[in-house]
Write a protein that binds this ligand. Structure first.
Ligand code: NAI
Length: 329
């Protein structure tokens, strides 16, 4: 099966090498259609997201992606945001759970963050009103809010989850977050077997760091979803292990939660766990459950055996950690 592998910036090269080597050893019948994106291709192709990348995902329907750098406060628009918009990948799914041998403050954390992926302040509608004033427009629509709410409830039903908790700031953003909240309320009525809960985002953050075990599925608009999913990643061991997926009606792009980590790029110390768990989810999504289980089990067994990269307190390089996973497939 042809699957697009998007190679981005920073640690992208290292974690993509881990993916390629492990997938070869898996014998999963995957033919990677490798596409580069990000800073390095701007010079040669004039865009960080050349058309060939989008065409490849449209052709193959499924992609696995390493992170792409987005310049801060200036420069080109986020490749990630463009990709999600262009392919209408409206649901961002980020499961956060404790992994073996990864010591954290809390045990038995098992939270799934469902983040709306196409609008909110991420729509990037901004303007400089005058020299001293800037304006960003927050777009929330009923269509997108209902669609992501339905996704969260369907996910809960399919995965035996008990509760969906919608997270907003509807006390302040009464119209925009109010619309998101009302849409979630309406959709919740169609799912009588799933408990529905509402919480304000500030309180949610406090509750998450005090007692994360109370949460099950969290449903959030784009920006809060971005921030809260990094918080949840921190609860279970950090960005090196946090997997993710962007899902739409026609296409799905699997990618870790973390960014291009320029501070550790090129040093062979990045943790490939997040992208490998994303890849395992990708296998499940395309119906290759055997490869999904085999890959996830090997990653978890490696961690259980105390083999870890530096971000988790270990001393294995990305490439050595990869070899240990291959030995356990
Ligand atoms: P980041 O996630 O790249 O890094 C934050 C911290 O986590 C750093 O200390 C980094 O070393 C560490 N870290 C991240 N992934 C790791 C891994 N696999 N193993 C070990 N340590 C890891 O976030 P940052 O620094 O805020 O962003 C860097 C760039 O990445 C920015 O340009 C940002 O826009 C972009 N970014 C891209 C994303 C994507 O492509 N989906 C998502 C988030 C950020």
């Amino acid at each position: 099966m042809d699957i697009t592998l998007i190679k981005g910036d920073g640690i992208g090269e290292e974690i993509a090498a881990s993916v390629i080597n492990i997938t070869d050893a898996l014998n999963a019948d995957i033919n990677w259609d490798i596409q580069t994106a990000g800073m390095d291709v701007i010079e040669s192709e004039g865009s960080p997201l050349p058309m060939r990348v989008l065409e490849s995902v449209r052709r193959n329907k499924i992609a696995l992606k390493t992170p792409v750098t987005t310049p801060i406060g200036k420069g080109f628009r986020s490749v990630n945001v463009q990709l999600r918009k262009e392919l209408d990948l409206y649901a961002n799914l980020r499961p956060c759970y404790n992994l073996p041998s990864v010591k954290t403050r809390f045990d038995n954390v098992d939270i799934v963050v469902v983040r709306e992926n196409t609008e909110d302040l991420y729509a990037g509608i901004e303007r400089q009103v005058d020299e001293n004033t800037a304006e960003s427009i927050k777009i929330i629509t009923r269509k997108a809010s209902e669609r992501i709410s339905k996704f969260a409830f369907d996910y809960a039903v399919k995965n035996n989850r008990k509760e969906v908790c919608v997270v907003t700031k509807a006390n302040i953003c009464k119209l925009s977050d109010g619309l998101f909240l009302n849409s979630a309320r309406e959709i919740s009525n169609k799912y009588p077997n799933i408990r529905f809960r509402e919480i304000l985002v500030d309180n949610c953050c406090m509750q998450l760091v005090q007692n994360p075990n109370q949460f099950d599925v969290l449903l959030l608009p784009n920006l809060y979803g971005d921030i809260v999913s990094d918080l949840c990643a921190g609860l279970v061991g950090g960005l090196g292990i946090a997997q993710g997926a962007n899902i739409g009606e026609d296409y799905a792009v699997f990618e870790p939660v973390h960014g291009s980590a320029p501070d550790i790029a090129g040093k062979d110390i990045a943790n490939p766990t997040a992208i490998l768990l994303s890849e395992a989810e990708m296998f499940n999504y395309i119906g290759n459950i055997q490869a999904g289980n085999q890959l996830k089990d090997a990653v978890l067994k490696t961690l259980r055996d105390g083999i870890k990269t530096a971000d988790l307190g270990g001393n294995y390089s990305c490439s050595k950690f990869t070899k240990e996973i291959i030995a356990r497939l």
